[in-house]
Design a protein around this ligand. Structure first.
Ligand code: NQM
Length: 388
């Protein structure tokens, strides 16, 4: 039987209990909800999500967030309402230490858990050993085709298979593969693949001087810069980057200037663009990366950040192309602190500089099924909703 996320939100003494599945998606994790069980009013919904994760406390001690951007995420899933779409979801980034639920950009890691969630909760009913669905990420209008394994058990009922042989760097052990194919991810937040129209720009930043960057968005808006240009090697451990206030100040100063150049305005309080420091590969891959998302170092690399960095590698003239060793191969191996991330790019035969699709492998796992509790003073599902 599929796990039922538990029906409707309900009162439990002084608290409100909300059905939720706690899932790992790729190298991220967080609670997933059937969005129909949450408050319809966005301000109340966001207050509930912040309380559920424990933000704005930096340690998220009074919630179930993991006190790091990668473990402080939520997924709000619902049935497809548009033609050709089976499932729709909204990704929410909740930052430790900050208020607000950011729904502006994508998360390809959390995306990996969406179809498993939909099967677990009966939104999608599997009919074969392999279930494919088209999933719309509402944040940016991105559609992905996703395939998971759904074998039949002894009683004939199909379930999500989490066990398998697929390994992704950044997650211990192995699990069942989840295949993700993206089409048309260019310009997810910045409006176009190259928002300045250039493969490489030179920007002036008082803290850094004159620096070459590639400003690009193939699913995730990125500033790509040679690590050496910021006084880094590009091979640092994430903890070294997090502990280097001088480097982080340079990165943030560069990010603010590039935010304007990308047409994103003042990005001081935004979670984009993310920053990617590149260097020549060292472990048999095509390029080495260190990501900041955007103020904390990523333990590996985001999914659409990897797609976007791989795309930059094939663009002659880009900062990434300069240090990368990409050949005619359609698969780009992006090295990161925990290993590597392979992205298979589909190039336009008429224009091999144009990436028209990308494919990659992730894994996910249902970690816990139950209810998350928030104070009923924030949301009382028995009473008329009020704005937070
Ligand atoms: O870029 C981190 C992650 C992400 C987002 C981030 C992601 C993506 O690793 O698609 O997956 O950049 O904030 O989960």
């Amino acid at each position: 039987m599929p796990v039922d996320a538990g029906g409707l939100a309900h009162r439990r003494g002084s608290q409100t209990a909300i059905p939720c599945l706690f899932m790992r998606g790729g190298t991220s994790r967080g609670p997933f909800f059937d969005e129909r069980t949450l408050p319809a009013d966005v301000a109340t919904r966001d207050a509930v999500l912040l309380a559920a994760l424990g933000s704005p406390d930096e340690r998220q001690i009074d919630g179930i967030g993991g006190a790091h951007p990668l473990t402080s995420k939520v997924g709000l899933v619902g049935p497809g309402t548009r033609p050709g779409v089976d499932v729709e979801w909204t990704f929410g980034q909740v930052q430790p230490g900050r208020t607000g639920v950011d729904v502006t950009s994508n998360c390809g890691n959390m995306l990996a858990a969406v179809l498993p969630f939909a099967v677990e909760t009966g939104l999608v009913v599997p009919a074969a050993d392999r279930t494919t669905a088209r999933v719309l990420t509402r944040n940016t209008g991105m559609v992905a085709e996703i395939a998971i394994r759904t074998p039949a058990g002894p009683d004939g009922t199909r379930h999500v298979d989490y066990a398998g042989e697929a390994r992704i760097d950044g997650v211990p052990g192995s699990a069942a593969p989840i295949e993700i194919g993206f089409l048309d991810t260019a310009g997810s937040v910045a409006g176009s693949l190259l928002p300045t129209g250039n493969e490489r720009d030179t920007v002036e930043v008082p803290e850094v001087g004159s620096v070459d960057v590639t400003l690009i968005d193939n699913g995730q808006p990125l500033v790509i810069v040679e690590a050496g240009r910021l006084g880094a090697t590009g091979y640092e451990e994430p903890a070294e980057i997090d502990g280097d206030d001088v480097l982080k100040a340079k990165v943030e100063a560069l990010r603010l200037v590039c935010g304007h150049a990308m047409g994103l305005g003042d990005v001081t309080d935004q979670n984009y663009p993310k920053m990617t420091l590149v260097a020549p590969p060292r472990h048999g891959g095509d390029v080495s990366t260190r990501s900041l998302i955007p103020r904390v170092a990523h333990r590996s690399i985001g999914v659409l950040a990897a797609v976007t960095a791989a795309t930059a590698c094939v663009l002659e003239g880009s900062v990434a192309h300069r240090v990368a060793t990409v050949g005619a191969e359609p698969t780009v191996s992006v090295e990161h602190p925990a290993g590597e991330f392979s992205v298979t790019l589909g190039l336009d035969p008429a224009d091999p500089q144009r990436v028209v699709r990308s494919g990659l492998l992730r894994t996910a796992r249902l970690l816990m099924s139950g209810e998350v509790l928030v104070p009923a003073s924030l949301w009382n599902p028995l009473a008329k909703e009020r704005s937070a």
